[in-house]
Design a protein around this ligand. Structure first.
Ligand code: SF4
Length: 305
């Protein structure tokens, strides 16, 4: 008689917050292990409206969006995956709000779905070991689990390289766009800004989160430290300005923005910050970007040679 195989649970994941920190990784990992994965859709206006309704009003916008993305998917799956992000970089810590995500989700959605989690602490153990631990918790093992972890890490590296190549200005003059990965790669957040820059003929590139070997850093928060490291290595002849996309109520950014401003002032590189929130905070952004780009004399820069 054939042995009855148990159906694997359907795993849901919000396309928000930590999803953008580790692009492609989790989906590839679960699929290689044979799980069906469903993800929430892209952030749209309705997501933001939902976030304003269901999330804690004091949260930063990315956390509110995470709640709204969860709300969209929790009823269509068996379990939802939410990692506990403690560190994404050796010698650094993550924003403490990312360490509480599974607990917050349990408090808010625990009566609707079971939550699967794993500690991601790259200060203590490589990401691959966290994947193996997660897989074992789901009943996987052996060679299949190891190859799923390796394939997922490859997928993440490839996706990051494609993201980087998609906005590589080469040797040309450009603007650097700073921000946490979820502010940059959620196109609802960054899209209007990028479209405006492109309409102004401005080349730009995102800060690179694939960087692992940083110079000794004064900042302990991982993403902020990567941003700071990127600023220290800027070439004034190529980088015409820096634009930072921040979120209203972001505790980490509120500490580092002053440091970034001082550093860029020393280097003679113009800097502006744009703060995102759920109340159409980007209204008026066009005018601010135009003024910033004009003040730098971008058009002159195009005809200098
Ligand atoms: S770093 Fe800032 S934007 Fe990101 S989760 Fe923490 S408070 Fe929110």
């Amino acid at each position: 008689m054939r042995k009855k195989t148990q159906k694997k649970p359907v795993i849901a994941m919000p396309s928000a917050l930590w999803y953008h920190h580790y692009p492609g990784l989790w989906t590839a990992f679960f699929r290689h292990l044979g799980f069906t994965v469903i993800r929430s859709g892209e952030t749209v206006r309705k997501t933001v409206e939902r976030a304003a309704l269901i999330s804690e009003s004091e949260h930063c916008l990315p956390l509110k969006l995470h709640d709204a993305h969860l709300d969209e998917i929790v009823d269509g799956a068996d379990v939802v995956f939410i990692p506990r992000i403690l560190s994404t970089l050796p010698d650094h810590i993550a924003c403490p709000k990312l360490g509480a995500l599974p607990d917050c989700a349990r408090a808010q959605f625990g009566d609707r779905i079971r939550i699967v989690t794993v500690d991601v602490d790259e200060d203590k153990r490589p990401l691959r070991r966290s994947l193996l631990r997660l897989g074992r918790g789901l009943g996987a093992g052996g060679r299949r689990l190891r190859s799923a972890a390796d394939a997922a890490l490859d997928e993440m590296r490839n996706l990051r390289n494609r993201q980087k190549a998609g906005c590589d200005p080469g040797e040309d003059e450009h603007f650097l766009i700073l921000g946490h990965p979820y502010n940059l790669h959620d196109r609802y957040m960054s899209g209007p800004i990028l479209s405006k820059l492109e309409a102004l003929g401005v080349r730009w590139r995102f800060v690179d989160y694939g960087v692992r070997n940083l110079e000794p850093e004064p900042i302990r928060w991982d993403a902020c430290s990567i941003m700071h490291d990127a600023l220290r290595g800027l070439d004034r002849r190529r980088c015409m300005g820096v634009i930072q996309l921040s979120s209203f109520n972001c505790g980490c950014d509120s500490v580092v923005i002053g440091m970034f401003r001082d550093l860029l002032k020393e280097q003679g590189i113009p800097y502006m910050t744009l703060v995102l929130d759920e109340n159409e905070a980007l209204a008026g952004v066009d005018t601010r970007l135009e003024a910033f780009v004009d003040s730098i004399g971008w058009k002159n820069a195009q005809t200098r040679f």
